[in-house]
Design a protein around this ligand. Structure first.
Ligand code: NAD
Length: 447
């Protein structure tokens, strides 16, 4: 099949690459010419495990192409995917200008029947808006479908190649047939392609992300309660997660959810519900909890240092919003850096993949270390902000030697509390008991 994918971000590039892997001829379009040039030269603009092999193989085999020329990309395509950004616009509603703008551009160029598929996360009613644009700008017949994407950054290729389910919202029989054919190789194990109306498909995506964000905020509140009453959130997590009705996943407390999806999608769903005279009270609470959870580590630090973080040097392990990605959009680490700098503290950070993206945003306001141990040299404390595997089992002897004081604030609960106590660390994590004491030298003038 001949496919065009408009937008080559985390979703578009993974979609285009994985569709070419099953033999389709795919042309990916992006308005960012520099990005297109990079990809034409065989360079990946994002970090995503597993994509590299597929990307190179399909370029070499002439199935995967990149261009910034929309007209040539769509000319022979049977299906056109819109994988464009839907960032939060005014008042938190999704900004549809990229999706609707591209729909109009396509409508003005299209000369033969196409299936137009929205992969972006869009509010209910967007398919109708896309349909209206085509009706307004062209006489050529097109079919419209909503096919929200559920891939997770970090395991995006695996998710695309073996999805739990594929959701397609369309009332057009031909679109249904074509998309079934396209997706069949990805659901050979029997996972379903769920066909539904466009509105239900659009809402399904928001409902999924909002439900997952709810699980996270719920566990973060449980963790905060655990600290107050002396319970252990790890035990509570296992205790409830083994109940099949609840499930084990998304029960890890931390420093708040981030990323390019949860914050904006929860906000957009709450907003669009309001526009339809329905308050989603649970989601309002989920967002409030998340805002305060992003500040939890700073509050812990202030308490530890008697309210004064000025001139303290903090080593940060992790900047990406989650491991195995270089994506820093809405990363809790950025909010923490911002607060630390406001408090007059200094920051030295290490992340295996996300440092360049952070540099592009905040420049030299912080120091970037070449490796995780270099970041620790002379720092007052280590803050763990992303659960990269490489941070899970460090050389604690070296960590203790390099830090000025053996102090760790762990926003991701990477270590066993008892182990940290045995290693002589002051160790403060989320929803578990804090162990260790710091023997600070008593200033001579107070003796
Ligand atoms: P992104 O910001 O990484 O990429 C968007 C790309 O579109 C950019 O490369 C940009 O240059 C390009 N673009 C913008 N306007 C264009 C135009 N007119 N023509 C061609 N290209 C254009 O976005 P993303 O993370 O891939 O997300 C895309 C959509 O998918 C969003 O709606 C998002 O909510 C949704 N989604 C994202 C994820 C994820 O994990 N990132 C998962 C599921 C769904």
């Amino acid at each position: 099949m001949k496919i065009a994918v408009i937008g080559t971000g985390y979703v578009g590039l993974v979609t285009g690459t994985c569709l070419s892997e099953t033999g389709n001829i795919v042309t990916c379009v992006d308005i960012n010419k520099q990005k297109v040039q990079m990809m034409q030269q065989g360079q990946l603009p994002i970090y995503e495990p597993g994509i590299e092999t597929l990307f190179h193989r399909n370029i070499i085999e002439d199935r995967l192409h990149f261009t910034s020329d929309l007209a040539s990309a769509i000319e022979h395509a049977e299906i056109i995917f819109l994988a464009l950004p839907t960032p939060p616009g005014e008042n938190g509603a999704a900004d549809l200008s990229y999706v609707l703008g591209a729909a109009k551009d396509i409508a003005l160029l299209v000369t033969s029947y196409k299936v137009i598929v929205t992969k972006s996360t869009v509010p209910v009613g967007t398919a109708d808006k896309v349909k209206a644009i085509f009706e307004q700008y062209t006489d050529v017949k097109v079919a419209i479908a909503s096919n929200p994407e559920f891939l997770r950054e970090g395991v995006a290729v695996e998710d695309f190649m073996k999805p739990d389910r594929i959701v397609v919202g369309t009332t057009d029989e031909h679109a249904r047939k074509l998309l079934t054919e396209l997706y069949e190789p990805y659901v050979r194990q029997g996972n379903p392609i769920l066909f539904m109306d466009e509105k239900s498909a659009e809402l399904t995506k928001y409902a999924a992300n909002s439900f997952l964000a709810t699980k996270i905020s719920f566990m973060n509140e449980m963790a905060n309660l655990c600290e107050k009453i002396g319970a252990d959130v790890d035990m509570v997590r296992l205790g409830i997660g083994t109940d099949e009705r609840i499930g084990r996943r998304f029960l890890f407390p931390g420093i708040g959810y981030g990323g390019s999806c949860f914050p904006k999608d929860v906000q957009a769903l709450a907003k669009s519900a309001k526009e339809n005279d329905q308050d989603l009270e649970i989601l309002e609470a989920v967002m409030r909890v998340n805002v305060s959870q992003k500040k939890v580590l700073i509050e812990k630090l202030k308490k530890h240092y008697n309210g004064n973080l000025k001139d303290k040097l903090f080593a940060l392990w992790g900047l990406a919003f989650k491991p195995e990605t270089d994506d820093i959009r809405e990363s809790p680490a950025l909010a923490i850096i911002d607060e630390l700098l406001k408090e007059g503290a200094r920051v030295v950070a290490y992340d295996p993949e996300a440092m360049n993206n952070v540099k592009n945003i905040i420049g030299d306001d912080i120091i970037y270390a070449d490796d995780q141990y270099e970041a620790l040299m002379g720092a007052d404390a280590l803050l763990i902000l992303t659960e990269w595997s490489v941070f899970r089992n460090p050389d604690f002897y070296l960590v203790g030697k390099l830090l000025k004081e053996k102090v760790i604030f762990d926003g991701r609960n990477l270590y066993q509390v008892e182990k940290m106590m045995d290693n002589g660390f002051y160790y403060n994590s989320i929803g578990r008991k804090t162990v260790g004491q710091i023997d600070r030298e008593i200033p001579t003038n107070t003796i």
